[in-house]
Design a protein. Structure first.
Length: 127
């Protein structure tokens, strides 16, 4: 499976990439805002996406909406510093299958990624 990491912080993107340890994830791509994320999404067709919410040019909710409307199946995990129940519920309502708060521990990320892969598999993605 392919993973697209979307965050405006290079430090966070690299931290996510460094801590992703799942045998079914074979390729990882990065994007620094919602616009470049959509370009990478259409170019590479990832089954998995991690999505920040607060980004320039196109925020995470807008990008998530576009991904969900694309007709291409993708399982999305929101990773955000915004720690509010309302924001998490909005992200899930727009199609995210999980939400973790920054700063996250490596173990939190590993557990969330395992759930993300399982969700993708259940929705027809193949390793």
């Amino acid at each position: 499976m392919k993973l697209l990491i979307v965050d405006d912080s290079l430090i966070v993107r690299n931290a996510i990439e460094r801590n992703v340890r799942h045998p079914e994830i074979t390729e990882i791509f990065q994007a620094d805002n919602g616009v470049t994320a959509l370009q990478a999404f259409y170019r590479h067709g990832p089954e998995l996406v991690t999505m920040d919410l607060t980004m320039p040019h196109l925020d995470g909710i807008g990008c998530l909406r576009e991904i969900q409307n694309s007709g291409r199946p993708a399982s999305v995990l929101v990773i955000s510093a915004i720690n509010s129940h309302r924001t998490a519920m909005e992200a899930v309502a727009k199609g995210a299958c999980g939400f973790i708060v920054k700063p996250f521990t490596p173990q939190e990320l590993i557990e969330a990624m395992n759930e993300l892969v399982l969700h993708a598999r259940e929705n027809g993605a193949h390793p």
